[in-house]
Design a protein around this ligand. Structure first.
Ligand code: UDX
Length: 443
C-alpha cells in the first residue's frame, strides 16, 4: 500500500525533550515540518519557547534560532499532530534492565488522548528499548491498527554532534507493525539522502543495541590491547593507527583511554546483557566489555600512585569532567569513578571542565572547581576528557597521567598514558617535511 505522495507536510509531535527529543524536534523543523514539543519540565518548555536550548549541544542553539518549535506541557496538543515520536529516556537499573517509567507514562497518556482522534495517527518509538519491548509493552496500548500506526525508529545521535548526525544519518532504520505504519514514516524521511532499512519492530530495536554494543566492544578491545601494550612499552595509538588502514577495521572507536561513559553505551551494553540473561544466554563478551571498562579508572589511579605513592592530603588536578568533549553531560562520566577513588585515598581534588563543572558539582559539591591553569598547580594532574583547550596548556614541570591522549601533555616532566607512553607519534612515509612527521596519523 503506498501513501499519497501529495500528502500535506504534516505536524509532528515529539514527546520528551532531552538531547534526543530536542534534536529530533529541531531537526524535523529544519526540514520544514511544523513541530510541537511536549515535556513535563516547565523550565525546559519556557527555555525552548524563548528559542534557548536548555542543554549544551553544539549547533543546537544556532539551529533553534532558524526554526520555531512550540513547546508545551499540555499533552492534548498531540491532537494537532499526525505523527508522535516517543523520546523519553530509559535509565538503566542496577541489574542492567531498563526503567521504562519515562516511556510507559507518555504511552499511557498518548493512548488516552488518541481515543478522541478519528484520523490516522502514527506512534513512533525513538526511545532506546531492548528488543521485544515495543511489541510486548507498547503495542498493546494501541490495539486499533486501522487508526493507529506503530513504528520503531532508533536514533544514532552522538552527543556533541547530534544535529549533524540527525541531518546526515548513516541510515534510517524503520521497524514497522504493518505496511501502512512503515509507509507513513518512510514518507516523512523522504527528504533524507541515505539508506532506509524497513524491518519489523524488534529487529529495529536490536539494530540499535547491536550497533552500540559493537562500538563499546571496539573501545574495550583497544583498551585491552592498550593494557598489554603498556607492559611492553608499545604505544597503543601507534598500533591502532596501523590497524585502521585495513578497511575492514577502520580508525574510528579505537582511541584507548580511561573508557567509555555517557548515558548510552554503558547502559545499552548492560541492558542487552541483562536481556540475554533473561533468555538464558550468558553473554560473556558483553560482560567482559563492561568489566574492562569498569577497570580502566582504577588503572589511572594505579599509574598515579606509581609516581605519588601516598595520595593522602596530596592535591590532584583533574582536567575534564564531561563524559566526552563538546558536551556538559556528566552521566556515567569516567571522571566520577576516578574522583571517587581519589576521595577514597583522601586526596584533595581540584577539578576543571570547560562546560560540565555545574553539572558535576551536583554530584560532588565538596571538591574544588578551578580554572585549567589552577588545576595544573597540583602535585599531579589527571586528564579525563580530551577537550581541545587541554592541548594548549603548559605541562612543563608537571606529573601528568593521561586518560585521553592529549599530545601537548607529553612535555610534562613525568608523563604516563593509560595505554601508551610519551612518544606517541606515528607518521606515514610519504610525509616529507618534519612537521608532517610529527602530526599523529590517528587523531
Ligand atoms: C553513543 C553512540 O556513538 C551513538 O551512536 C548512540 O546513538 C548514543 O551513544 P555518545 O554516547 O554520545 O554516542 O558518545 P560517543 O561519541 O559514542 O562516546 C561514548 C564514550 O566512548 C565517550 O565516553 C568517549 O570518550 C568514549 N570513546 C569513544 C572512547 O573512549 N574511545 C573511542 O574511540 C570513542
Amino acid at each position: 500500500m503506498t501513501t499519497n505522495n501529495k500528502q500535506k507536510r504534516g505536524v509532528i509531535s515529539v514527546i520528551g525533550l532531552g538531547v534526543v527529543g530536542l534534536t529530533t524536534a529541531v531537526g524535523f523543523a529544519l526540514k520544514g515540518h511544523r513541530v510541537i514539543g511536549i515535556d513535563i519540565d516547565p523550565a525546559k518548555v519556557i527555555s525552548i519557547n524563548e528559542g534557548i536550548s536548555p542543554i549544551y549541544e553544539r549547533g543546537l542553539s544556532q539551529a533553534m534560532k532558524e526554526v520555531k518549535i512550540v513547546a508545551t506541557l499540555d499533552f492534548e496538543q498531540v491532537l494537532k499532530s499526525d505523527i508522535s515520536f516517543l523520546c523519553g529516556g530509559t535509565p538503566g537499573q542496577a541489574d542492567g534492565s531498563l526503567d521504562l517509567r519515562f516511556v510507559q507514562g507518555p504511552v499511557g497518556q498518548l493512548a488516552q488522548v488518541l481515543k478522541s482522534k478519528d484520523s490516522y495517527h502514527l506512534v513512533v518509538v525513538r526511545s532506546t528499548v531492548v528488543p521485544g519491548t515495543t511489541e510486548a509493552v507498547i503495542a498493546p496500548n494501541f490495539p486499533d491498527t486501522e487508526r493507529i500506526g506503530l513504528c520503531v525508529n532508533p536514533e544514532f545521535l552522538r552527543e556533541g554532534t547530534a544535529i549533524e548526525d540527525f541531518l546526515n544519518p548513516s541510515r534510517i532504520v524503520i521497524g514497522e507493525r504493518d505496511d501502512k505504519s512503515g509507509d507513513v514514516l518512510c514518507q516523512l524521511y523522504a527528504g533524507f539522502n541515505t539508506h532506509t532499512l524497513r524491518t519489523n519492530l524488534k529487529t529495529a530495536e536490536m539494530i540499535k543495541y547491536a550497533s552500540n554494543s559493537y562500538l563499546a566492544t571496539r573501545i574495550s578491545f583497544i583498551n585491552e590491547i592498550g593494557n598489554i601494550c603498556k607492559g611492553l612499552g608499545i604505544n597503543v595509538y601507534d598500533v591502532a593507527s596501523g590497524m585502521g588502514y585495513d578497511e575492514r577495521i577502520g580508525h574510528d572507536y579505537l582511541r584507548a583511554g580511561v573508557g567509555f561513559g555517557g548515558f548510552c553505551l554503558p547502559k545499552d551494553v548492560a541492558a542487552l546483557a541483562a536481556k540475554a540473561k533473561e533468555l538464558g544466554y550468558e553473554s560473556r563478551l558483553l560482560q567482559d566489555v563492561l568489566a574492562i571498562n569498569e577497570e580502566q579508572p582504577r588503572k589511572m589511579i594505579a599509574l598515579l600512585k606509581k609516581h605519588v605513592p601516598d595520595l593522602k592530603g596530596k592535591v590532584i588536578g583533574v582536567l575534564g569532567l564531561a563524559f566526552k568533549p563538546d558536551t556538559d553531560d556528566v552521566r556515567k562520566s569516567k571522571a566520577i569513578d576516578v574522583i571517587e577513588e581519589l576521595l577514597k585515598e583522601q586526596a584533595q581534588v581540584k577539578a576543571h571542565d570547560p562546560q560540565a563543572m555545574k553539572n558535576f558539582a551536583k554530584l560532588f559539591p565538596d571538591i574544588e572547581y578551578v580554572t585549567a591553569e589552577q588545576a595544573l598547580d597540583s602535585d599531579a594532574v589527571l586528564i579525563l576528557t580530551a577537550w581541545d583547550k587541554y592541548n594548549r596548556l603548559d605541562y612543563r614541570g608537571k606529573i601528568v597521567i593521561d586518560g585521553r591522549r592529549v599530545m601537548r601533555a607529553e612535555e610534562a616532566t613525568v608523563y604516563e598514558g593509560i595505554g601508551w607512553g610519551r612518544n606517541g607519534y606515528t607518521y606515514t612515509c610519504e610525509s616529507s617535511d618534519v612537521m608532517a612527521k610529527l602530526v599523529p596519523v590517528l587523531k
